[in-house]
Design a protein around this ligand. Structure first.
Ligand SMILES: *[C@@H]1O[C@H](CO)[C@@H](O)[C@H](O)[C@H]1NC(C)=O
Ligand SMILES: *[C@@H]1O[C@H](CO)[C@@H](O)[C@H](O)[C@H]1NC(C)=O
Ligand SMILES: *[C@@H]1O[C@H](CO)[C@@H](O)[C@H](O)[C@H]1NC(C)=O
Ligand SMILES: *[C@@H]1O[C@H](CO)[C@@H](O)[C@H](O)[C@H]1NC(C)=O
Ligand SMILES: *[C@@H]1O[C@H](CO)[C@@H](O)[C@H](O)[C@H]1NC(C)=O
Ligand SMILES: *[C@@H]1O[C@H](CO)[C@@H](O)[C@H](O)[C@H]1NC(C)=O
Length: 416
């Protein structure tokens, strides 16, 4: 993720530098065309007013967009007038990879605009767009199919808008997409398994209305950040999560109605620094395999129905900074887990069934759970969506040898 952020910053910087030089160039050509014609505004829609056909296409796209914007409280689109497309607020031009002598629309940033409106099909004319950032606006409707024409699109952030409908499959057709952020919208239905097979560095789909579990059958993936919190998935976390081992650094599954046991395969995700499965219906013990997550810094298991022992191997993790496991039914803390603050680790063990610890559940609540320990190998990973997955736990015991999950980092693909 760090590398993505750097790359991102670099791209933005490049674009801004291009933008600065370009706006000067544009001003220059603007004044010279004014002195030539003296009435440049009247030429705004004729193609001769544009330095190249791409900017003419961009003009058509942006004017079509402006027509379906019905509220723009910060006046982002007020200066979207005339042929100087590169001077429009929020629009950035740069040289495309295939021709360093021209400028095209390479980036759109309307973040925080609070703009209400739709996305028109004409956006498909912005074929050179690399970054498309629309977060925190009031765009609604669906993502136009013609977006598939944006073959250079690298980052798509439409988070915190009012988009609706099923998962926008069209984004799966974007060949160079690397960063997908559609969180805080009103998308619904299942997540397609293709999403997890696509070569994306970051996937944010949290805070939508997606249902159905993570598909159990997804293939090789390259995500380093996967955030699917606050959706109504249900079902269990499939063991196939292990396929993300070579890349995944942050897994946030907060409040996704996950049930069943945490699969031991989570311990295969040896690059994880953040694992948060809080606010679910998980049962059973903490897999010992988590003791292999040498890079883990934040571990949050709170607000589940997990039980058994909090293993010393997890509490001993060298980089652990915060281990929250309150609101479960754990009955014993092994070794150092008893006093993590002596190790400088922030922890929260309230509302469990820990004898001798303050703020625990009552005996009456704890007793039935302690009398019926969950056998994870009898659990079935019920997938309500994409068939399969059933019985996936059948042969897997949660007691994995501690050293097993450490896969060789040399397998890691380089994708930056
Ligand atoms: C936007 O433009 C309108 C009309 O010119 C003006 O009244 C309003 O104050 C502007 N809003 C902002 C945030 O600049
Ligand atoms: C898609 O891009 C091509 C140029 O690559 C352009 O000619 C065409 O009009 C675009 N299609 C749409 C629907 O925007
Ligand atoms: C969990 O997500 C649901 C929507 O799926 C939301 O209504 C609820 O407030 C969330 N709960 C927490 C604790 O964030
Ligand atoms: C899966 O379904 C079976 C039978 O319907 C049920 O007994 C079991 O508790 C379910 N498991 C999970 C993890 O939801
Ligand atoms: C530890 O993590 C929990 C859950 O994410 C958070 O609420 C708490 O503030 C964190 N504690 C510290 C000291 O960072
Ligand atoms: C936990 O460790 C700290 C620091 O070493 C110590 O001050 C504290 O008394 C210990 N608490 C318990 C309950 O042992």
């Amino acid at each position: 993720m760090a590398s993505t952020t750097c790359l991102h910053a670099l791209l933005i910087l490049t674009l801004q530098l291009c933008f600065l030089s370009n706006s000067q160039a544009a001003k220059h050509s603007h004044s010279s065309s004014t002195s030539r014609s003296g009435r440049h505004h009247h030429h705004s829609s004729s193609s001769s007013a544009f330095p190249n056909p791409k900017l003419h296409q961009a003009y058509i796209a942006l004017q079509a967009w402006k027509k379906v914007i019905y509220s723009d409280p910060y006046n982002f689109t007020t200066n979207w007038v005339g042929p100087s497309v590169c001077n429009y607020k929020g629009i950035y031009c740069a040289a495309p990879p295939y021709d360093h002598t021209i400028k095209v629309v390479a980036s759109i940033d309307l973040n925080g605009g609070d703009i209400a409106g739709f996305l028109p099909e004409e956006l498909g004319l912005l074929t050179d767009l690399a970054l498309f950032h629309l977060n925190s606006n009031r765009f609604c409707g669906i993502i136009p199919q013609k977006i598939s024409n944006l073959s250079l699109l690298y980052e798509l952030d439409i988070s915190n808008n009012r988009f609706v409908g099923p998962f926008p499959h069209v984004v799966l057709n974007l060949p160079t997409l690397n960063y997908l952020d559609i969180r805080y919208n009103e998308f619904e239905g299942p997540l397609p398994s293709e999403l997890f097979s696509k070569k994306l560095d970051a996937i944010f789909v949290n805070n939508n209305r997606f249902t159905n579990v993570i598909p159990p059958n997804f293939g090789v993936n390259s995500a380093s950040v996967l955030v699917i919190a606050n959706n109504n998935f249900g079902g269990c976390l499939p063991p196939s999560i292990a396929k993300l081992a070579d890349t995944l650094e942050e897994l946030l599954l907060i409040n996704t109605s996950l049930s069943g046991c945490l699969p031991p395969e989570v311990g295969y995700l040896y690059k994880l620094t953040v694992l948060d499965v809080s606010y679910n219906n998980l049962v059973g013990p903490i897999p010992y395999s988590l003791a292999g997550l040498a890079k883990l810094e934040q571990l949050n298991l709170a607000h589940n129905m997990m039980s058994g022992v909090v293993p010393d191997g997890v509490c001993c993790l060298p980089n652990l900074a915060n281990f929250t496991f309150s609101y479960n039914f754990f009955c014993e803390e092994e070794g150092i887990c008893k006093n993590l603050s002596s190790k400088g680790v922030a922890f929260d063990d309230r509302r469990n069934c820990l004898p001798d610890k303050p703020l625990q559940r009552s005996n009456k609540v704890c007793q039935p759970v302690l009398e019926h320990p969950v056998e994870c190998f009898e659990q079935h990973c019920n997938s309500s969506g994409v068939g399969g997955g059933s019985g996936a736990f059948a042969s897997i015991s949660s007691a994995m040898p501690v050293a097993a999950p450490l896969l060789s980092p040399s397998n890691a693909p380089s994708y930056t």
